[in-house]
Design a protein around this ligand. Structure first.
Ligand code: NAD
Length: 337
């Protein structure tokens, strides 16, 4: 095992298939000798009054203390009087950017084989500020909030990401021709940050045109940064380009450099406990966590092993048209490592 002092990271195995795919990640990390020590936290079945949610204060403190974490899918508990788990995490940890690397998996055929882009979504405001009301009967109003502070923060993250990950270009996605004030401010902030990064090309693309370009030729894009609603839609569109949500990793960036990586898919109750789940999305999310920690050699080894296993085609889970169990697929990845 590794001689270096281990880095502590919070692990939320989550619900449904969560514990099965989290087990996969733990096994792969052990095999690759990753110097991470997991602090496991489960979602409770009672509301913690300090968080008004099923997530305990101790769980949130664990992420704050460690600064890094990995989150499995969490089923939305039914009933009133509590906050949604994802909302609690986003608000309490101030997770302001959602980052999704999106690249074609070699050997897994989709319509495109040359996708290699990153979507960076502002995650705290825009149309998702939750400010809606009825003006009079038959007329409702929703407020889209764009602030200089949140726009600069996400733009800064996007350019910093581009610079530190060998990317060449940042595209700001907008509709400032119609949303002149809000998207206009977002673009103004992106331009200000762009000036500090002369080595990174900067462009602005109107969202409708962006959609057309993405489905015609996704290779046209490198790093995309955008307000909340556009990011929600475009990031799922991009996941579709490479084979769906089951394969797509993501990472949430919070105040003070917190990184909470998570698979994009849900808890898959239909296949939970059956050893059928595909751990790829959670594994690749764990890889984004390693990259955040600058453990690039470990990240490369694990990413290559996952991609090679899928590309070989001998061991694949059912969602990718194979017949392997979660355990068989995981063992094959470990053999590649
Ligand atoms: P889901 O993603 O759980 O499942 C949709 C379909 O995809 C199912 O057929 C499922 O079997 C399949 N699938 C998903 N992940 C898979 C994997 N890794 N391997 C193989 N197949 C996989 O979506 P849903 O059914 O709409 O939601 C179920 C629960 O998950 C709900 O409680 C929902 O609130 C929750 N959810 C949580 C998150 C999150 O924590 N970020 C995200 C989405 C949904």
């Amino acid at each position: 095992s590794s001689a270096a002092t281990p880095i502590r990271a919070t692990l939320f195995p989550g619900d449904g298939i969560g514990p099965e795919i989290a087990e996969s990640v733990k096994q792969v990390f052990r095999t690759a000798d990753v110097p991470i020590e997991w602090e496991e936290h489960y979602v409770g079945d009672q509301i913690d009054p300090r968080t008004q949610s099923f997530l305990t204060w101790e769980s949130l403190e664990s992420v704050r203390r460690n600064g890094v974490g990995l989150k499995g899918p969490m089923a939305t508990p039914i009933g009133k009087g509590h906050r949604s788990l994802n909302l609690t995490l986003r608000k309490e940890l101030n997770l302001y950017a959602n980052v999704r690397p999106c690249y074609s998996l070699p050997g897994y055929k989709t319509r495109y084989d040359n996708v290699n882009l990153i979507t960076i979504r502002e995650n705290t405001e825009g149309e998702y500020s939750g400010l809606e009301h009825q003006v009079v009967r038959g007329v409702v109003e929703s407020l889209k909030i764009i602030t200089r502070q949140a726009s600069l923060r996400v733009a800064e993250y996007a350019f910093h990401y581009a610079k530190t990950h060998g990317r060449e270009r940042v595209s700001a996605i907008h509709k400032a021709n119609i949303m002149q004030k809000t998207d206009g401010l977002f673009l103004k902030c992106c331009r200000e940050v762009a000036e500090k990064y002369p080595e990174i090309k900067y462009e602005e693309v109107v969202i409708d045109n962006c959609c057309m370009m993405l489905v015609k030729n996704p290779a046209l894009f490198d790093v995309l940064v955008m307000p909340n609603l556009y990011g929600d839609i475009i990031s799922d569109l991009c996941a579709g380009l490479i084979g769906g949500l089951g394969l797509t990793p993501s990472c949430n960036i919070g105040e003070g450099g917190i990184a909470l990586a998570e698979a994009v898919h849900g808890s898959a109750p239909d296949i939970a406990g059956k050893n059928l789940a595909n751990p790829t999305a959670l594994l690749l999310s764990a890889v984004t966590m390693l990259r955040h920690l600058k453990l690039h050699d470990k990240a490369d080894r694990i990413q290559d092993a996952v991609l090679n296993t899928i590309s070989e085609g001998k061991y694949r889970t059912a969602d990718l048209g194979g017949s392997s169990s979660t355990t068989e697929f995981t063992n094959a990845i470990c053999d590649h490592i």
